[in-house]
Design a protein around this ligand. Sequence first.
Ligand code: FAD
Length: 532
Amino acid sequence: METPSTPAEPMLWSGWGDPAKATELPEPVRKLLADFLGVQGPAAPAATFGEVRLPAAALPPAVLAALAAITGAGYVRTDDDARIRHTRGRSTPDLLRMRAGDGSDAPDAVVLPGSHDEVAAVLRVCAEHRVAVVPFGGGTSVVGGLVASREGFAGVAALDLSRLNRLVSVDVESMVAEMEPGLRAPQAEELLASHGLTLGHFPQSYEYATLGGFAAARSSGQASAGYGRFDDMVVGMTVATPRGTLETGRAPKSAAGPDLRQVILGSEGAFGVITSLRLRVRRAPERRVYEGWRFATFAEGLAAVRRLAQDGPAPTVLRLSDETETLVGLAQPGELGSSATGSGCLVVAGYEGGPDDVSYRGERAAAVLAATGGVHLGPEPGEKWAHGRFDAPYLRDSLLAAGATVETLETACFWSAVPRLYEAVRQALTAALGSPLVMCHVSHVYGTGASLYFTVVTAQTDDPVGQWAAAKRAASEAILRAGGTITHHHGVGRDHREAFGAEIGELGAEILRAVKERLDPAGVLNPGVMIP
Ligand SMILES: Cc1cc2nc3c(=O)[nH]c(=O)nc-3n(C[C@H](O)[C@H](O)[C@H](O)COP(=O)(O)OP(=O)(O)OC[C@H]3O[C@@H](n4cnc5c(N)ncnc54)[C@H](O)[C@@H]3O)c2cc1C
């Protein structure tokens, strides 16, 4: 597979991605939805752009003038188009609210700084005038990371980082690239490809998400088994805070006290704005091979992928679907609802690298998968997965329009707890939603444990936002009871704040509040996000 290129169009305002790629649901899928889930169409037609209800923009003219003096007037926007496109993120509740014409969380202004110094100056002005600042990368947060509390603030400014979009330098000897945070992943890959390099970070939100967002929300991509999580790739950062600039990371590893990079990674804009990233890069793979394996049961598949994760050789991509996800064909969106996908549990294994390395790892991993009960399905399922790997979010738009509620959630735990966690989340979702379709796959593996990624489909009620909130609450409680983390890669945002507090305890929360107090005494950075 070639590295996909940057979509030409800006993100659809009330859905996912490039409007040109919108997909119609095939008739058999519509029939399945109606027959098995009772989906009968949406409660109301979706609002048009012009029907979105926006609050009056609140920022005083003097503040807007001070911001414009920093960035230039053209880069401080208060028009409806800019405000709507910077409202919330791309979770299903976010999309449902926009489809209902609810623009109540819109920022008052969108500020587009062009450099680290401009970001720093904007933060100073906002701190002085008590304006809440929401750093905005690709706008793909699915955890409410882009909605600031307004209480006690003069207004809210979205800080759009898209103008910080340069590949600053490449140190080929160290395999480190300095890149700016507003680069979307495809732009970053294109720039690195001209040096024969890659990051290897391919989350499902790849087309629109940015490097800054990946670091701020501790993202993990579909090829994490081979390339690692995004936080593994960050060797250094420059961060603008209202108190000044923080530089972190002067060597690959260090024993000089706690690692301050870890304070910024996952801080979701609450501690500062990442204005530059030093990233570990890899040589662009010469060869990519993806293939499918079938296991009779999820338990057998789990044992097989665990063995690969623990004893090697590690594939670059390793994904195990449970029985339901395999049957529905979600790993290959082009096959959705077709009987071609078959029974059992599908494993997609992929190998990227030099030809010898790909052959060596492919053969050795095949021996492990066969010895643990896998049946080799050849390249077709793997190629189909690779071809459709960024398509599922487009499908979500079609499902929402058809009257289904469809949403995902993810967690991680140690291997010994995986079966318990899997059952607990499925039961919680089923109890909360009646008889939904609950699908799951192992999305990321480690020697010590794995991430479980659930996709849920059910018929929309009259209040689909409330319907999902109740289900999500039940799933979150089940996750914590079963020993999982509230998030493996989506981050905390507003949606996971309470559960995150339960996970780290009061002392943990106090540490985070103390850091916030020191870096952002006026509390203007993303108030209400991440910190319990
Ligand atoms: C359809 C879909 C699929 C997804 N698939 C995946 C997946 O496979 N893996 C995965 O990990 N995630 C996935 N996500 C979640 C999301 O894409 C990630 O959290 C991603 O890291 C967000 O990047 P972004 O640039 O869009 O950030 P945004 O959504 O713009 O911001 C995310 C958070 O980081 C803060 N922030 C952004 N930029 C900066 C900065 N420069 N400095 C400080 N703070 C900043 C924001 O204020 C916000 O709190 C998916 C989301 C969607 C909608």
